[in-house]
Design a protein around this ligand. Sequence first.
Ligand SMILES: [Zn+2]
Length: 218
Amino acid sequence: MIKASQLQADTAVFSMTVGAGDYYLGKVSAGQTFRILDLEGNQAADTLFYSAANPSERYSATDTIREQGNVYLTAGSILRSNENRAMLEIVADTCGRHDTLGGACATESNTVRYDLEKRCMHACRDSWMLAIAEKPEYGLSKRDISHNINFFMNVPVTEAGGLSFADGISAPGKYVELKALMDIYVLISNCPQLNNPCNAYNPTPIQYLVWDDINEYV
Ligand SMILES: [Zn+2]
């Protein structure tokens, strides 16, 4: 569902550009809203969410899909934890559909899907591992790398029930916006993948912006 945001970039309390192949790890508080902006289009933002109070409670694709009865995520989707609690709500979305089935790219999957020589290529899982190693204060470890969301990525479910990586449906300036329903750690890998069309074979930067409780501005 396409739903535009009323929030203006100049009222954001935090904004940063995440380069192609880089990660972002940070905290948003309950009530804050953040936006992931696809600056140049057809990029994939492979994202994990954790409860800041207890990071062993984390985003669960299975709980989210079961409760909403839909495999795709868009405006109105409630993202649920492995304890089936509401973590975040997608409150705006100008792309229209996001994947949570395809998983993130890893050196192992690059090897299986593409070629043995792809093993040394940078993958999202590497970026997540780098994030948890460089920021130990978040208390995350390898076992916390679990279900993820691929914002802006187009992974249609085929009639036969399979998955296909299709050309992106995002475009320059499209965004998704989420409101935190609890204190959340956000871990984004801005996907470096070069072997499938999830980012048009050309990884590009994204922008990450945060607003305080929007009621302050109305
Ligand atoms: Zn990736």
